[in-house]
Design a binder for this molecule. Structure first.
Ligand code: MRU
Length: 361
């Protein structure tokens, strides 16, 4: 699915001669939707900077990119511990980053070429995982939709999506947006309501761009419109991705997700989280233990990084800018769509087994 896209979030480019040992090419997502510009990274510190500065973002994508960064670090002759620490610190909430680096470090493989082959394997696996998430999610949502509106109904399915979870955010065709893409292939009559996703506008800049590449009808709103859309009966399901899912199902995702989940429950709209199993962090018991990344005041006060007259608020305004929020499990009423199937969460109507038990089945 992602492979047929004429763009990619990142790609390893093999060296063509002895002078060049290969490099990591990443799409600079800060320039989208206006410019498709790739940066060539040859050093692990450049990779850490690219993750921190949001050149590349989205939990699965930064996990994969950090893995390539680890290879670059070892190729530079840097100590594995130093490279691990620098990359791990680049963004703290997405567990995929730490997961990928932990796996590589545990190999104790000093040969960077063998490590590179291993990372290629991890990325290929992630692509397959994305495909399975897309299939499982589309099947589940279509079954729900057929039950609700009558099998074969041509009624338009309205899906609300927050942030960006497509090819840009992953190693493959996406998580929640991958599900939406598969759903659209099965049920043409579908509209995506895209939350703009303040303050960095991943919904407006990236999701609208990807949906238009894919020919999927969509409509953009400012984030605060989501509850109103639900009150007006204009949302049938909500799908989002995840940066870290605690053992109890509490889900860290882009700030604004929790607001959508609260509204969805109030309006009886199923709420689905779509994520690979490596986003589930069984070592973190609940949402309270998830570290939420705090980002700069500039993102909120002066996102255009322009002169004072273009600032969005008085210059001295104090700002609280968490990048993520936590949605408690009882609000994830549709469940977590993974590559191994749908994980149900404990709600007042469903005394589901724990996530760990469901993963063991
Ligand atoms: O700050 P970002 O853009 O990295 O945040 C991304 C999200 O919150 C995504 O929803 C999440 O990483 C899942 S991506 C498949």
């Amino acid at each position: 699915m992602g492979a047929v896209d004429p763009y990619y979030a990142f790609k390893w480019v093999d060296g063509s001669d002895l002078e060049c040992a290969g490099y990591l090419s990443v799409l600079d997502q800060r320039l989208l939707p206006h410019k498709l510009h790739y940066l060539d990274l040859t050093e692990y510190c450049q990779v850490a900077d690219a993750i921190r500065d949001m050149v590349v973002r989205g939990a699965p994508a930064i996990g994969a990119v950090a893995a390539y960064g680890y290879v670059l670090g070892l190729r530079q002759g840097e100590s594995a511990d130093q490279v691990y620490r620098t990359l791990c610190a680049s963004r703290p909430t997405a567990v995929n980053l730490q997961w990928a680096l932990d796996r590589l470090r545990a190999l104790h493989e000093p040969d960077w070429k063998r490590l590179l082959a291993h990372v290629h394997g991890m990325v290929a696996h992630e692509r397959e995982v994305n495909k399975r998430i897309a299939e499982n999610g589309a099947k589940e949502i279509l079954a729900y939709w057929n039950k609700r509106s009558g099998k074969g109904s041509s009624r338009t399915l309205h899906v609300l999506h927050h942030c960006n979870t497509g090819t840009l955010a992953t190693a493959g065709g996406g998580t929640a947006l991958g599900v939406i893409r598969s759903l659209h292939a099965l049920h043409k009559n579908l509209v995506v309501h895209v939350n703009e996703t303040r303050p960095r506008l991943q919904g407006a800049r990236l999701t609208c761009w990807e949906l238009s590449q894919w020919g999927i009808p969509h409509e953009l709103s400012v984030d605060a419109v989501a509850p109103l859309l639900m009150a007006q009966g204009r949302v049938d399901i909500v799908t989002v991705g995840a940066d870290r899912i605690a053992a109890d199902g509490s889900t860290a995702n882009k700030v604004g997700t929790y607001m959508c989940a609260v509204s969805a429950q109030y309006h009886n709209v199923p709420f689905f989280v779509c994520a690979p199993c490596n986003t589930i962090d069984l070592k973190t018991p609940t949402g309270a233990e998830i570290l939420i990344e705090q980002r700069s005041a500039t993102e909120v006060l002066n996102p255009l990084e322009g002169p004072p007259e273009t600032w969005f608020a008085p210059q001295q305004t104090s700002v609280y800018n968490p990048a993520f929020d936590i949605t408690p499990p009882e609000l994830i009423t549709g469940g977590i769509v993974t590559e191994v199937g749908i994980i149900r969460l404990r709600t007042s109507d469903d005394p589901a087994p724990s996530i760990a038990e469901q993963l063991q089945r």
